[in-house]
Design a protein around this ligand. Structure first.
Ligand SMILES: Cc1cc2nc3c(=O)[nH]c(=O)nc-3n(C[C@H](O)[C@H](O)[C@H](O)COP(=O)(O)OP(=O)(O)OC[C@H]3O[C@@H](n4cnc5c(N)ncnc54)[C@H](O)[C@@H]3O)c2cc1C
Length: 322
């Protein structure tokens, strides 16, 4: 690739006709960097065609036709994105740390010999050089890195920026087809399973009631749900609760879930494994309930109790309901 322009390219994801929350966060981050560099913000939407594209907050949207009709393969997504990188020559490419970003970023970094920063939680520009802050060791350490003045890729942790509130505006949209790419693939694309839809936005919540494996069984969730309802807030959860199908995936906090920063994070029956802490340790106030006094959650909690959650939660509900 010849030298990059000063634009920023954002990989956008969409499900059920709307951009994902992390896409809106990436647009926010990308806008700031593009403004500092003095280049355009280009959104590349791969694999969806039914998204309203008049208000995505980018200067240009490049989109490929729906994966739904073709199926998904990493090779196809990387080939499609590589063609757009070649054509647009951005200075920085932003993708979410998630299935799509993890699938694409390392392959693109090798293909373009680009600097790759993973688990990015912040970006800035200093004297024309892009600077990234990345999480290490599940968020225990933050590392500042200079991404240099060539083409760089940043894989950004969901929840690292405030999602852009979209207004209605015109955007230059160019459509591309995957047909030519499909013919040249070594591996036939397979079915792509969309995540379950959910009206819950745990990232935007100022107070979260979060539950872990200590709840014991799906039927017991009701106990904590009552508290969440009394407080009028969403319920979030650790991964085992999601893996067992007790709550849908959009409720998961942590490394492979969402990163949340509420004013208050109330946790019940969560041990505080590094992968969970990575998603919530930046909450302003953490309150933990865990019967094990040695549970690691107490190392990050501002307030804690070793009461049994089944004794404490009903009392809290009574207090809240007055
Ligand atoms: C690559 C990778 C990614 C991962 N991503 C995530 C992620 O995104 N999010 C995530 O959460 N985890 C993630 N994990 C899993 C993580 O390592 C832990 O296994 C998980 O966080 C543990 O969940 P937990 O705290 O609910 O369960 P446990 O560790 O089993 O803890 C349950 C806690 O409940 C307490 N307890 C039990 N009964 C009660 C009671 N009656 N009252 C009060 N307390 C009680 C126990 O003392 C215990 O500490 C990931 C792991 C890997 C390897």
């Amino acid at each position: 690739m010849s030298g990059p322009n000063n634009g920023v390219m954002v990989v956008l994801e969409a499900t059920a006709g709307r951009l994902s929350d992390v896409s809106l966060e990436l647009i926010s981050l990308g806008k700031d960097v593009a403004n500092s560099l003095g280049g355009p913000l280009v959104g590349v939407l791969i694999g969806a065609s039914d998204v309203a594209l008049t208000a995505v907050g980018c200067d240009i949207v490049d989109c490929y036709v729906d994966f739904g009709t073709i199926g998904y393969s990493s090779e196809m997504a990387v080939t499609a994105l590589s063609a757009r990188v070649e054509a647009i020559r951005p200075r920085l490419l932003l993708a979410p740390t998630g299935t799509l970003g993890l699938d694409l970023c390392s392959a693109l970094s090798v293909a373009f010999d680009a600097t790759l920063a993973s688990y990015v939680v912040g970006l800035s520009v200093d004297a024309g050089r892009i600077q990234a802050t990345s999480q290490l060791y599940g968020g225990k350490l933050l590392a500042d890195c200079d991404l240099g003045d060539g083409f760089a890729i940043a894989c950004v942790v969901p929840g690292s920026a405030v999602a852009l509130q979209l207004g209605v505006g015109d955007v230059e949209v160019s459509n591309h087809s995957l047909d030519a790419i499909v013919g040249s693939l070594a591996i036939e694309p397979g079915i792509r399973h969309e995540p379950e839809a959910s009206g819950v936005d745990i990232v935007a919540a100022e107070l979260l009631v979060s539950v872990g494996r200590g709840i014991g069984a799906s039927a017991n969730l009701e106990v904590v749900q009552e508290l969440a309802d009394a407080l009028g807030v969403p319920m979030s959860a650790s991964r085992p609760v999601i893996d067992q199908g007790w709550l849908p995936k959009p409720h998961q906090v942590g490394k492979s879930g969402k990163k949340v920063k509420p004013k208050v994070y109330l946790s019940f029956g969560i041990s505080g494994a590094p992968e969970h802490l990575e998603g919530m340790r930046q909450s302003e106030v953490i309150i933990a309930c865990n019967t094990d006094p040695n549970a690691p959650i107490f190392k990050v909690a501002h307030y804690g109790t070793t009461l049994d959650l089944f004794d404490l939660v009903p009392e809290l509900v009574e207090l809240v309901e007055g």
